[in-house]
Design a protein around this ligand. Sequence first.
Ligand code: G4P
Length: 279
Amino acid sequence: MNKAKKAIAERVPDIDVVIEMLDARLPASSANPMLAQLTRGKRALKILNKQDLADPQVTRLWLDHYNAQPNTRALALDAGDRAPTQKLITACRDLVPARGGLDKPLRVLICGIPNVGKSTLINTMTGRRAAKTGNEPGITKAQQRILLADDFELFDTPGMLWPKILVEEGGYNLAASGAIGRNAMDEEDVSLMLLNYLMRRYADALCQRYKLASIEGLQDIDVLEAIGRKRGAMLPGGRVNIQKAAEVVLTDFRAGATGRMTLERPEEWTEWLKTARER
Ligand code: G4P
């Protein structure tokens, strides 16, 4: 059993609420199904983090989706939020109104795959310097018990809760977001899958970002080449440097430069899952 799984399994019996931090741009892909298994029956708070990068309308769909599940609340946050602690405490207290007070402190476990923004949130809530943030997944952190209020204990999970790829689209979405290490998947493939989705859902924003007249009738590779040309990513002989163009697309998406975009919707995820199971 890996370290995170063992630590979660040991901690869970004493825990009132399990917080799972998700990336608001890919909530389902950034969830870890093992966590759902280990924490079955526990109250759950889903934090859709990095909402500043996600499509607000789709974030609403995901919030409704999670809030409709039994014993579950969902909340959208981003690093710029001024009162994350209060929001988190309120949501957890709502889930377990019977607990609270010094004799019955609320015990909460916070989990999330690397790069989802857990250290940033914890650092913001504790007022510490962002010492352990970094976008290379895999930085190990020590287990912590954080007193967010006199009767509110937050436990951080030690070890790494690695992402799990349940469906192909999810794997690409994780890679597009930067949650999967850069060398794990081919950047050109990832950028093409990303463009494919953005062309369907966010064509106008794509055209605007890269000053493309229209992308109607074009294939993803045509659009990638057009972006490369616009950005001067050229090889000798007038060919487009596809690798460079792919980097442009991914860097822009990760930074939110292409606009606020979400790569999956609840009904799409259900469909992808169904297709993957039928294979
Ligand atoms: P982790 O502990 O879950 O592994 O994630 P961590 O907090 O280290 O955050 C990973 C990256 O995500 C960091 O970027 C962090 O700044 C960024 N991040 C965290 N929360 C948010 C958010 O709500 N919105 C946005 N836009 N970004 C967020 P980085 O590039 O590694 O570092 P830096 O840009 O802070 O220098």
